[in-house]
Design a protein around this ligand. Sequence first.
Ligand code: PHE
Ligand code: NA
Length: 454
Amino acid sequence: MEENRDQWGSRLGFILATIGSAVGLGNIWRFSYQAYENGGGAFLFPYIFALLTAGLPLLLLEMGFGFFTRNSAPSSFRKIKEKFEWIGWWSVLVAFVVTVYYIVIIAWSLLFVFESFSLGWTADPEGFFFGEFLGFSGSAFTLGGIQWQIFFSLLAVWLINYFIIAGGVEKGIEKASKIFMPLLALMVLVIVIRGVTLPGAMQGVKAFITPDFSKILDFNIWVGAYGQIFFTLSLGFGIMIAYSSYLPKKSDVVKNGIIAGVANSVFSIVVGFGVFGVLGYMAQQQGVGIADVATSGIGLAFIAFPKAINLLPGAPQLFGFAFFLSLTIAGLSSSISLIESVVSSLIDNFSLSRKKAVTLVSIAGFALGVPMVTQGGLAILDIVDHFVNIFGLLLVGLVEMLVLSYAFDLDTIKDNMNESSDLHMGNGWKVLIKFVAPIFIGIGFVQNTFSELS
Ligand code: PHE
Ligand code: NA
């Protein structure tokens, strides 16, 4: 059985696929705004602290776990103790639910790649997005009709994912990552260079990086940094467990994990310069302050950026193309990893062939996505997102961490990882996993749940 298990063809392939998973929509539309709001350059202190004390340690925990069990999440947890299998399924279920709406957003991005050729979002991007594009009815209970353009884009994005994942770990996911990641780096280079050389850009960049140290005394900002690190590294979805289960026996897990984890944060910071450069330019053109134009999430990508792109001097189409293509590629490489977490679990537990497993997941995921491409779609997407934020993400991660710490033996995972790695992890790692990370993630979970419920 184990000899038949898929394997990465190269170390670089594994690292690129892992970075592909970690670098996603959140790096482009969330990090920079979070920094701007929470102390600018001073936010780097809680952020890097969270990366070092929870992000990288947890990434290495998930990687070390999959590397040790050589199985996807549910069977990995079953190997520890029969009764823990559900934790694996829980993270896989969360991965599946997130996939369903994450791919809807990629479908929008893909359409916006084409809109950028003609600046099709019109002079009123907000009206366009909610009106013609989404046909938004305002309520999850008023489905209205299907938005056919988005429907077909959703189908296309699922097909792309399907063919890549059906190709296998080395010939599918690894190969795609080797194309996607350099392309993404190139597009981001275009965005950042154009972004920071625009008139007024420096005002935006200043807002992004000028440290406001009074903010970092706020405990909530530290908790927020832990939450962001957790999400940005794609933890708690069984992804890193599955990806690392495909590593050859002799792999340097520790170094690979650190490279991928650091690259993800570097990416976020670099993109931040581009995003805030563009926002600074827009603020100057409109004669307003940064606070009037800065935003994050869907509003940044599909409304603020189209507005800014409309105002660009020379070749706005090219910039729009680079921006929405990056969003699409960053999204795709993350969705591949989400789906692979589910697919690998089905393969491991129901002895399905890879093709059958991907087919099943794709059909189910596409079907469940269809309500989200109706006129009530945005409201449904929002509800599901809130639901996942409460019952998924931080909670699964917390449970996973506690179970591996207290019901299993961290030394087993650590020693197994150290054996084939140049860099060795010491006992400090165990302290971080057992005490430091659970405290912050735990508080983050409680706070997050209250804010989602209110
Ligand atoms: N890490 C991705 C981001 O920052 C999001 C993601 C989370 C992707 C979980 C896959 C799984 O956008
Ligand atoms: Na990320």
